[in-house]
Design a protein around this ligand. Structure first.
Ligand SMILES: *Cc1c(COP(=O)(O)O)cnc(C)c1O
Length: 709
């Protein structure tokens, strides 16, 4: 590479090839030196492609590229980006620098059914995927030897639109994998599913230092129903789901073997991936170990993270289906179909019990954890029958989730904290530095940052609402009216999540008149911004979206409630950076962790949440509010009424008055003290560097040391 200072201009082909190179590793997505190059390339296309580097490049005119090739400042930025990435990939990170470096041979195979890496790579449905994406990025930053496995879904999850009546329209676009900077490894595998061998090609996406291998069965060699295995995420009925899970677990292990990736520890991120550990036992059995011994050995080297306290969230299959699809595996294990089905039963031999993926994972993993302290407790209670001991003796621990700060922090906020309290995110340490000094920031400057972030959000929401109105054919005056919705100087409350019904998105509308009175007070106005997708088959969740959409058009809330379609990582980033208050109203204890509430504190936002998931660990009485909640077992109607009343009381008596207790310059010192305390106490703990370091110490290393195989 030429010395940067001397660069004047380069050839067009050379520039294109450097840009393709920069796009070939997702490092660009969490480093400003990466993504901002593509944003500059063609800002409109950058937006139109939902921030896809290769999509933007494809749509940039040859004249524009030729002009940039002669622009020494732009060319230097491209070289600087590549140089920064090379330095990152080559550096000795946390894992290599510490005592952990002696763990030679530790290599983790991480399996998950979805990955939320970037908004332009639509391969996630919600929190599980986002967590997996953040896990890979932190593993890369910290230098943890990890390779990841998943499926490549041609149609992704789905794109959400709302019709004029607020009902959900489900769209399935066809994605071009090449546009994600994916490489074809040219390795194919044959995965036994039922009576057929399904062919999958293995593709690779680089996430910093971490390779993510994605399997694709949409190949001519396969029968039509096998091609559908990688059509979409969580699309199917049980039969398709089971076959997808065999592909992920068994196919994924075969892919690692074919690639020469020698993984020593397996991490099953949710029960979907449990067949991977079984395949590992079968590999040991194939070279001469008795099956039970092989299972024990696989078990010692397997880590399992369970993610849901909602019973319906655990996949269950009929024995007949298991017998049909897993016959070849059972045969190789030397097990009858009944013995095989017993692997997924709490009580082996009980033919009335269905085969449960979580039970299989519990049986095949020595180290099991929930994703918050509370969820660990709930999981111990939930699975005590399986272990046959009292709940407090159940060997399920907890490792609380975290977010990848560089992915979620707004660059403006990062610059603010760097200047105001010495935040240094490039220092790759699990604890992060600087946050604890947040409280010494200048309140007025901090309030200016908040105003910029809020105002940017308001403009973003108006643009989106105008686009939505146009698409629905709502007429010019309706489209124009969207530009006067919302204000950029009022308390802004955000709520964005997957619209699973236990999350109770519409709870705040329980008493619509009381809420309307609260929002409309001219001396202290409040506004609400919503986003969220329900699963295409979840009618209850879709009704929630419809209800909120209709509220956003209700006269009582005119201009103060907005619903934006298609919640994705970008919408999430905009909302969590711009909102003053982040609302979370699940039915306790169904929110295993939740991570969206960890994002506002990176921007001095505050949480207002039911004491569920991660929040009981973080809440200290100053850094946010907790909504008192009725127990889950209460009558649902009475429970929702009680919980919404607690929420109204909090908003009316403390949150709104505190926000509007402002000095002559409009600066609310009491609120700011809380906001800075939120930044000082939450990001330093609830981040994915801490989380991945904890997995390494508590799970990966012990599993590696005792694996004995
Ligand atoms: C952070 C995030 C999530 C996870 O949020 P929860 O708190 O688990 O609801 C889900 N989806 C998107 C797009 C996110 O950004």
């Amino acid at each position: 590479m030429p010395r940067a200072q001397r660069i004047q201009s380069i050839g067009v082909d050379e520039l294109i090839s450097h840009l393709r190179d920069l796009a070939s590793n997702l490092w660009w997505s969490w480093n400003e030196e990466g993504w901002s190059v593509f944003q500059t390339l063609e800002p409109n296309e950058w937006r139109a492609t939902n921030h896809s580097p290769l999509g933007t490049l494809e749509r940039t005119s040859p004249a524009r590229i030729a002009a940039l090739a002669c622009d020494p400042i732009f060319v230097k930025r491209v070289y600087d980006g590549l140089a920064a990435r090379a330095a990152y990939l080559g550096e000795r990170a946390w894992f290599q620098r510490g005592a952990l470096a002696t763990m030679r041979g530790l290599r983790i195979g991480y399996f998950c059914s979805e990955y939320g890496l970037h908004e332009s790579i639509q391969q996630y449905a919600g929190g599980l995927g986002i967590l997996a994406g953040d896990h890979l990025k932190s593993a890369s930053d910290l230098g943890i030897p990890l390779v990841a496995v998943g499926l490549a879904y041609r149609h992704g999850y789905y794109i959400q639109q709302l019709a004029r009546d607020g009902s959900t329209v489900v769209l399935y676009p066809d994605y071009d994998f090449a546009r994600w900077g994916i490489e074809d490894t040219r390795v194919t595998i044959g995965c036994p599913i039922g009576q057929r061998i399904v062919t999958a090609r293995v593709m690779r996406l680089w996430v910093g230092r971490v390779p993510l291998y994605l399997l694709d069965t949409d190949l001519k060699a396969n029968a039509p129903e096998d091609r559908k295995l990688t059509e979409g995420l969580y699309k199917g009925e049980p039969h398709l789901r089971l076959r997808q899970q065999i592909l992920l677990g068994v196919g994924g292990m075969l892919a690692l073997k074919a690639l020469g990736e020698k993984v020593t520890v397996l991490h099953l991120n949710e029960g979907h991936a449990a067949f991977a550990a079984l395949q590992r036992a079968l590999e040991l059995h194939a070279v001469g170990r008795p099956m039970q011994e092989a299972i024990d050995a696989a078990r010692r080297a397997t880590v399992f993270t369970t993610h849901t306290p909602v019973p319906a969230g655990h996949d269950r299959y009929d024995q007949a289906l298991i017998a049909e699809e897993l016959a070849p595996l059972a045969q190789r294990a030397g097990l009858s179909s009944v013995e095989f089905a017993d692997l997924g039963r709490i009580k082996p031999g009980d033919s009335t019990e269905s085969f449960c993926m979580t039970v299989l994972a519990l049986r095949l993993a020595q180290r099991v954890n929930g994703v918050s302290k509370l969820h660990g407790e709930v999981s111990r209670e939930m699975w005590k029958q399986f272990y046959g001991v009292a709940a407090n003796k159940v060997p399920i621990g907890s490792i609380t989730n975290g977010v990848h700060i560089k992915t979620w922090i707004d660059p403006d906020a990062e610059r603010f904290w760097r200047g105001a309290c010495g935040l240094r995110l490039s220092k790759q340490a699990p604890k992060g530095t600087g946050w604890r000094h947040a409280e010494s920031c200048n309140p007025t400057e901090f309030w200016q940052l908040r105003a910029r972030l809020r105002s940017r959000l308001v403009h973003f929401v108006r643009d989106r609402l105008a686009m939505q109105a146009k698409r629905r054919g709502e007429g010019q005056s309706a489209v124009a009216a969207t530009y006067s919705l919302l204000r950029d100087d009022v308390l802004t409350i955000g709520f964005a999540r997957r619209f699973a019904t236990y999350k109770r998105a519409p709870l705040i509308f329980h008493d619509a008149d009381r809420l309307a009175a609260l929002l409309a007070r001219s001396d202290r106005p409040v506004q609400l911004i919503f986003a969220g997708k329900a699963h295409p088959r979840d009618e209850g969740g879709q009704q929630f979206a419809q209800q909120i959409f209709q509220m956003s058009r209700d006269r009582r809330f005119a201009g103060r409630v907005a619903f934006i379609e298609e919640y994705d990582m970008h919408v999430g980033r905009m909302l969590t950076s711009g909102c003053d208050l982040w609302l979370n109203t699940p039915i306790r204890p169904y929110e295993a962790s939740g991570t969206s509430g960890m994002k506002p504190p990176l921007h001095g936002g505050l949480n207002c949440s039911i004491l569920d998931g991660w929040w009981p660990e973080a809440m200290d009485g100053i850094n946010g509010w907790s909504i008192a909640s009725a127990p889950e077992s209460d009558d649902p109607v009475a429970r929702d009424r009680a919980d919404s009343c607690s929420l109204y009381a909090l908003l009316e008596d403390s949150i709104v008055p505190q926000y509007y207790q402002q000095d002559a310059q409009g600066v609310p010192h009491g609120w700011i003290a809380r906001a800075l305390h939120s930044a000082a106490t939450i990001p330093s703990v609830f981040n994915s560097h801490r989380m991945v370091a904890e997995y390494t110490r508590k799970a990966y290393m012990p599993a590696f040391q005792i694996r004995g195989s």
